[in-house]
Ligand binder design. Structure first.
Ligand SMILES: Cc1cc2nc3c(=O)[nH]c(=O)nc-3n(C[C@H](O)[C@H](O)[C@H](O)COP(=O)(O)OP(=O)(O)OC[C@H]3O[C@@H](n4cnc5c(N)ncnc54)[C@H](O)[C@@H]3O)c2cc1C
Length: 453
């Protein structure tokens, strides 16, 4: 099976590694000629770390960052991640380029090819395959995945609209050194017309987001560090000794989602399929979960055992999650940027009170961390100690895992069996495909894994 992936961002790199590890022929086409050391996302949430655990790279990623057990959302309202029912009850703060480097190393080691300096410009598909056109020639593939970001060339080539709206204009972003950084690990404040957010990367650099209601301009208007400094001062009463700046940009945040994640042999994933506000740090994490959902399904189709309709569950499962993320991150940014002092006070008091209700706290931490995200017929499967190995260690084989007293015959190429008193079939992406009784097992295996060999 030949798969072409457009875009070597986090989404494309995770998918490339998964497909190559499953034995597929994978080529990643990346427009940028070189590496990027600019960081956009910096939060890796618990469910993403679980996916990394299922690939044996969680500890490598964790070693690059700082763990935070509390995530500040707005004002004085924060959520406590320490109680998450996960091996990773925290959010990891690390620059996106660290995640990309580890995912790229894994993909290359598994045999994926990455072709840099090549832009996807068009495509043609029929029932047999896809012809991928680029500025450097044509590539033939069985499947094409557009993981080529918010301005996706693949989405454009499909002629798909990207409906939605502009959410916030004139956000300022700066990566700076602070001589006198705030004591809190993530610090947020809104005073008058100014809003600012400061988070440490853990290596001496800090990420600052700033926004000033009184100065709303287009992305093309040049940004000087003085404007960021003045807004941070207005919000916090200090600029924390803001010094050297390595990255400065003005951007706007849209909320958009494509209606169809699959068009024949072409799929969209990550920012190519959905964009939303940076509040809650959901962007990169959602793209990585898209890739984890799609990878094993494409691998199953390539290996020839995918049950009918399996590839279409990518749309039904991930589009719904994308819509939820658009809503939650949009709600968070609107709460963070409330205009009146009274409304902000009400938000802080009510938000603080609501978070004392355990169900509210659980709901919010579950959504933000991804731990609470289930698919309609496939809830998240927590890690289980199987005496000798953990479930997520077994998932590193990229196959389904069957926890059951007896081992079934004929599925050895797509299934690992682990002795257990219950009967649970776990998908390679850590969701439960089926749980039931011995009498139903053979039918369930056929439904989820096709005919035995
Ligand atoms: C300023 C800013 C701040 C952000 N902050 C956060 C944050 O705090 N937390 C968070 O979770 N997310 C954040 N995000 C979003 C996050 O960076 C993205 O959600 C994430 O990078 C998406 O990954 P991706 O792989 O889907 O797309 P991308 O990372 O955009 O990767 C797409 C890749 O495709 C390549 N490409 C584009 N077009 C083509 C083409 N036609 N052919 C071939 N290659 C192509 C691009 O060069 C790029 O390398 C931020 C984004 C921005 C812009």
């Amino acid at each position: 099976m030949r798969t072409v992936i457009a875009g070597a961002g986090p989404t494309g790199l995770l998918l490339a590694g998964d497909l190559a590890a499953a034995g597929a022929d994978v080529t990643v086409l990346e427009r940028r000629a070189g590496e990027s050391n600019l960081t956009r996302a910096f939060a890796v949430h618990a469910r993403t770390l679980e996916q990394f655990d299922a690939r044996g790279i969680a500890e490598d990623v964790i070693a690059t960052g700082t763990k935070l057990a509390r995530l500040r959302l707005f004002g004085r309202v924060s959520v406590d991640l320490g109680g998450l029912p996960s091996r990773y009850p925290f959010v990891l703060i690390t620059p996106q380029y660290n995640v990309e480097r580890i995912l790229e190393e894994r993909a290359l080691k598994a045999g994926a090819r990455i072709v840099r300096g090549t832009t996807v410009t068009g495509l043609r598909q029929d029932e047999h395959g896809v012809e991928v056109r680029t500025d450097g020639g044509t590539f033939a593939a069985d499947w094409l995945v557009g993981a080529d970001g918010a301005h996706s060339g693949v989405r454009e080539a499909l002629g798909l609209p990207f409906p939605g709206r502009a959410a916030v204009r004139s956000l300022m972003l700066a990566d700076v050194r602070l001589a006198d950084p705030p004591a809190d690990v993530i610090t947020v404040s809104a005073v008058g017309s100014a809003f600012a957010f400061v988070a440490p990367f853990g290596d001496g650099w800090h990420r600052v987001f700033a926004w000033n209601r009184g100065h709303q301009v287009g992305d093309e208007v040049p940004l000087e560090i003085e404007e960021v400094r003045a807004t941070v001062r207005e919000a916090f009463g200090t600029d924390f000794g803001m010094g050297e700046c390595r990255w400065l940009s003005r951007f706007h945040s849209d909320e958009r989602q494509v209606e169809r994640y699959r068009t024949g042999r072409v799929f969209l994933a990550g920012d190519a399929a959905h964009v939303h506000s940076p509040a809650g740090g959901q962007g990169m994490n959602t793209g990585l979960q898209d890739a984890a959902n799609l990878g094993w399904k494409l691998a199953a189709a390539g290996a020839g055992w995918a049950p009918a309709g399996l590839l279409d569950t990518y749309q039904s499962e991930r589009h719904a999650v994308g819509r939820t993320v658009l809503r939650s991150s949009g709600g968070l940014i609107r709460l963070a940027l409330l205009s009146s002092r009274g409304a902000r006070l009400g938000r802080d008091v009510l938000g603080g009170l609501a978070l004392h209700v355990p169900a509210v706290q659980r709901g919010l931490t579950g959504t933000v961390s991804g731990i609470g995200i289930d698919y309609p017929h496939a809830p998240r499967q927590a890690d289980v100690d199987l005496g000798g190995a953990r479930l997520y260690e077994l998932l590193r084989q990229g196959r389904h895992v069957l926890l059951a007293p007896e081992a079934p015959q004929g599925y050895e190429d797509r299934l690992l069996h682990a002795p257990h008193e219950r009967r649970v079939l776990v998908r390679p992406d850590g969701y439960t495909a089926w749980a039931g009784t011995q009498g139903d097992l053979a039918v369930a295996l056929r439904a989820h894994l096709g005919e035995p060999r």
